[in-house]
Write a protein that binds this ligand. Structure first.
Ligand code: NAD
Length: 486
């Protein structure tokens, strides 16, 4: 029943680029599939260079046209209207997101609410983007204005398609930018619905444009010389290419490239609370989140009791079709399924011990890409404890004390987020200061919301998203100095 209704929702989306307020159909070149049933859902065009160039030209014209003339307060009102319309479409968008990406429906609903919240949050900012005056003394006056950075490219991943697009789009629009977005090739439909919502809410034509396609289309977008800022979320390898091509025309970039985030549990922690945080942190969205707590670092005296609690909770997690609202859906694609499988083969080679899971899961009547919650006790240099897997795989390491925990937490190529569970606030705050990441969670992994900034250090990239800091990438400071007789 749910599947039937969801397929009806799917049929309500016209699959085609959205450029200048028009729907542009194209030849079907890409397939969208339900990763739980391994069944084709629909086809999608691959825009390539020509449609990217067209969309960027349209975005440039819109930037210099009606959008520039739209007052900040009106931009804010538009964002409010978009937020409300996203919330009103929650059932439809969440069902489509689940069908294309696999995640449990309640998590897809959470993503839709987060997307609505991004627009609500940045709606309140649009008319408060204020400059400053600079004292230069008699006969001189200087002030700054924060102008939109220009045409913004959003290259979007597949793990939370609508929420990730909203995370960049809402501040870009609040700042007065125009946007060309390229959703991930496997999950583009929620972006199309969002574009239609924006048009219906009154966003002027050309302010938001969506070009469908794969990595070559993404490369054409980051390489377009008329793009001023590129916002990219995805793999390190693709992020480096995006940065290299943006550098050819000196566009600025925000790169959010994932992580291998440490979660430390000290001997004095509330172990039930910590176990809840560990399980949520790594098995939410089947581990396919950039901030997943993929490395559990635990003080040796509490390792066994903590692992008992984590394993017991993980065993209770259910798998199934996302529309049936299990705890874990399938992995998002065949490629992702193989990525996790390869990582587990490597873990065996490295001598890691499987405490739970470790093999693909059989789910009745569903041939899809399922992996169960997997827990590995890892050896110090094993790849499973260092490389991002982006699946439901927890790598556990034991350490003798808090100092060793901090050292191991920092011994990583990535630097996105990290967490700690302890009742000792001195230790918690010392850890927070010492950890080389952008966001730290104390006694509540992944607490916070659209207000709290996050971004990369080291291989996790750079730039900040969310919160007021997340607006900065979309603004360019201009200083005007006047000399006058006084
Ligand atoms: P990917 O980086 O290949 O794709 C992400 C987005 O970038 C997609 O829209 C894709 O079409 C586009 N893209 C790919 N290559 C590009 C290029 N050269 N130029 C411009 N755009 C390009 O990610 P993936 O293959 O789908 O997943 C691989 C890994 O990426 C995962 O294992 C995970 O480590 C990481 N990932 C991270 C996040 C995150 O939230 N940080 C999200 C998704 C994937």
């Amino acid at each position: 029943m749910k599947l039937h209704t969801s397929l009806d929702h799917l049929g309500s989306v016209i699959v085609g680029h959205r450029i200048g307020g028009q729907t542009v159909p194209g030849e079907e070149r890409l397939e969208l599939a339900d990763p739980a049933r391994v069944a084709r859902l629909t086809g999608s065009p691959d825009g390539g260079q020509d449609w990217i160039d067209e969309a960027v030209a349209v975005a440039r014209a819109a930037l210099n046209g009606q959008w520039r003339a739209t007052k900040p307060v009106e931009r804010g009102r538009l964002l409010t209207a978009i937020s409300r319309a996203i919330a009103a479409n929650e059932d439809r968008i969440a069902a489509i997101e689940t069908l294309c990406m696999g995640k449990p429906l309640k998590q897809a609903r959470g993503d839709v609410r987060t997307a609505a919240r991004f627009f609500e949050y940045y709606a309140g900012v649009a008319d408060k983007i204020e400059g400053e005056t600079i004292p230069l003394g008699q006969g001189m006056l200087a002030w700054t204005e924060l102008e939109p950075v220009g045409v913004n490219a959003q290259i979007v991943p597949w793990n939370a398609p609508l929420a990730m697009l909203a995370r960049g789009l809402a501040p870009a629009l609040a700042a007065g930018c125009t946007v060309v977005a390229k959703p991930a090739e496997t999950t583009p439909l929620s972006a199309l619905i969002l574009s239609d919502i924006c048009t219906a809410a009154g966003l002027p034509d050309g302010v938001l444009n969506i070009v469908l396609g794969g990595r070559d289309t993404g490369a054409a977008l980051s390489g377009n010389a008329d793009v001023d800022h590129v916002t990219f979320t995805g793999s390190v390898a693709a992020g480096k290419k995006v940065m290299a091509s943006a550098s050819q025309h000196l566009a600025s970039v925000t790169l959010e490239l994932g992580g291998k985030s440490p979660l430390v549990v000290l001997r004095d922690a509330d172990l039930d609370r910590a176990a809840d945080g560990v399980v949520r942190g790594i098995f939410w969205n089947a581990g396919q989140i950039c901030a997943a707590s993929a490395r559990l670092i635990v003080e040796a005296p509490v390792a066994e009791p903590l692992l008992d609690k984590v394993v017991e909770r993980a065993k209770r997690l259910t798998l199934g079709h996302g529309l049936d609202d299990p705890d874990l859906g399938p992995l998002a694609s065949k490629a992702q399924f193989h990525r996790v499988g390869d990582a587990l083969v490597q873990a065996e080679r490295d001598g890691d011990t499987v405490l739970l899971g470790g093999k693909p899961a059989e789910v009745t009547d569903l041939p899809g890409y399922f992996y169960p919650p997997t827990i590995l006790r890892t050896r110090p240099d094993s790849q499973a404890s260092r490389r991002e897997i982006f699946g439901p795989v927890l790598a556990v390491s034991e350490v003798p004390d808090a100092a060793a925990a901090t050292e191991l937490a920092n011994d990583c190529d990535y630097g996105l987020v990290g967490g700690i569970y302890t009742r000792d606030m001195d230790r918690a705050l010392a850890f927070a200061r010492a950890l080389n990441v952008s966001q730290v969670f104390v006694n509540g992994y992944l607490a916070g919301g659209v207000e709290t900034p996050v971004g990369g250090r080291k291989d996790s990239g750079f730039g900040r998203e969310k919160g007021l800091r997340g607006l900065q990438a979309y603004l360019s400071t201009k200083c005007t100095t006047v000399t006058f007789s006084e």
